[in-house]
Design a protein around this ligand. Sequence first.
Ligand code: MLT
Length: 263
Amino acid sequence: MTSPTLADYVLRDGVGVPLLLLHAFPFDHRMWAPTVAHLPDGLRVLAVDLPGQGHSDLGGVAASLDAAADAVHATLRAHGEGNVVVAGLSMGGYVALALADRHPDLVHGIGMLDTKTTVDPDEVRTNRLQIARTVEDSQTLDAVMGMPAKVLGPTSHLERRSLYPTVEHWIRSQSPSGIAWAQRAMAARPDRTHVLAEFDGPVAVVVGAEDQITPVQDAKHMVAAARDATLTVVPNAGHLSAVEEPAAVAAALAALHARATRR
Ligand code: MLT
């Protein structure tokens, strides 16, 4: 089996320890553009497309978030990157934790956005595996086209109507094989609460107040588990807080980066 080759991006040029952004499912690096526009000048911002998403391939590797984290690590090392502050939204948060678990020397700070450290209930895992089979059998994305309605909060549905077609467009450009791989990888992920508990750098937990997928309760669980965590509950945002309220999320990420790099 060969490793995935990840498409990687410099979203903003700058100096010093970069901020690495890991996207949600079923998206790619494009979801970070609104947030990056609000980050401070001079902060270097990197992103990748996770395996099978966006312009990244799967390389024939079995579905696992460990493989995703190892591919991120290999990509950064290939570019000579030393350390990063990593922030991931939802699936990106699962991969950020896997990265901190498997490559602790790389990670100086962790941003956990609209995500959680715990495993899925059985029915969620079963549903993921069913979606994986359905998208492969049908070779369509129909099984995930209901997601824009769920990932955007009620305020976005009412007041930011242009986000729905944007999010839909991002999903439509993914591939059935990538969707299936990511669903199987997320279904197989272990509980990684211990990673936050053992991490000795700063953690920023961010959650949309209207997030129904990984609600505020999951965020509070992470804050309680971590040694040094802040909590930002973003008003008027759902599960895609970084897209819905990018200025608030950028402020939390900039503060995390400052805490991580002045140690
Ligand atoms: C995501 O936004 O990445 C997904 O909701 C993650 C998941 O399905 O657990």
